[in-house]
Design a protein around this ligand. Sequence first.
Ligand code: BDR
Ligand code: CA
Length: 309
Amino acid sequence: MHRIIIDTDPGQDDAVAILTALASPEDFDVLGICTVAGNVPLELTTHNALQLVELAKSDVKVYAGCSRPMVKDLVTAEYVHGPTGLDGANLPLPTRTAERQHAVDFMIETLHAAEPHSVTLCTLGPLTNVGMALVRAPEVVESIAGIVSMGGGFFEGGNVTPAAEFNIYVDPHAADVVFRSGVPVTLLPLDVTHQALASAERVEPFGGLGTTAGTCVAGMLTYFDRYDMDKYGTTGAPLHDPTVIAFLMQPELFAGKRCHVEIVREGPAEGMTMVDWWGVTGNEPNALVIHEVDADAFFALLLNRISRL
Ligand code: BDR
Ligand code: CA
């Protein structure tokens, strides 16, 4: 059983990750959902998280976090996710509001109260909230079991610049704090998510569930597919963020290697995750960098869990 905090900027792929986690009580005790500005501004990512909690009929609390990156101006991605961030589905309106406590305060308070190495941070968006928590209260590293993070890309290059993946590009300074914190990071980069394509054959079974959640997931993924299918010329968009949740549920579906990862903060390669895959620097590994996934088994796992909602 993983005790997790989900830090997220929903986003259709974040949505599938959140719903999967909320549908898997045997795997996860979800301590809270923290929102951050990323795919769309904070007000919308928070509203979207509340809609997903409503859809899952969950009582997990939502905490709004940082509205902009540590240093840079915010860059958003409505061109991928649509103006709301969750276009493609008719989600229920939230009946609850976000908590009054700031997400960074919630993280710090929760980690201060936790046993050593007992809480896993699942990050599905820019790393601003986690970076801020680590700067404000560096001692919280003691309570963190690990940070499992969707971000970066190495052999596959970037998706917003030739060098950078969106989540790291939006807040490279926060990512730098995370990778230099000493906390064990598991990185799910584009190299792995580009193997997990939401093709029509993989999306249709969600619609076939005949449930509101299944219909919403199929609608969101069909909307989300359109941009990346054009961009990459593939049969479906990479389903990025649920790899974080699936990795914690079934790590045997994934393969990777422990490497040293450095974040490029400035210059033309700003936001790049420089992975020392071949160990040429002699630097100690600070991350498990995932490189392969059994994509069919991954989609089967998601379908199985979403079918419960
Ligand atoms: C990441 O960026 C966002 O658009 C997705 O939600 C995912 O977290 C992929 O680069
Ligand atoms: Ca995301």
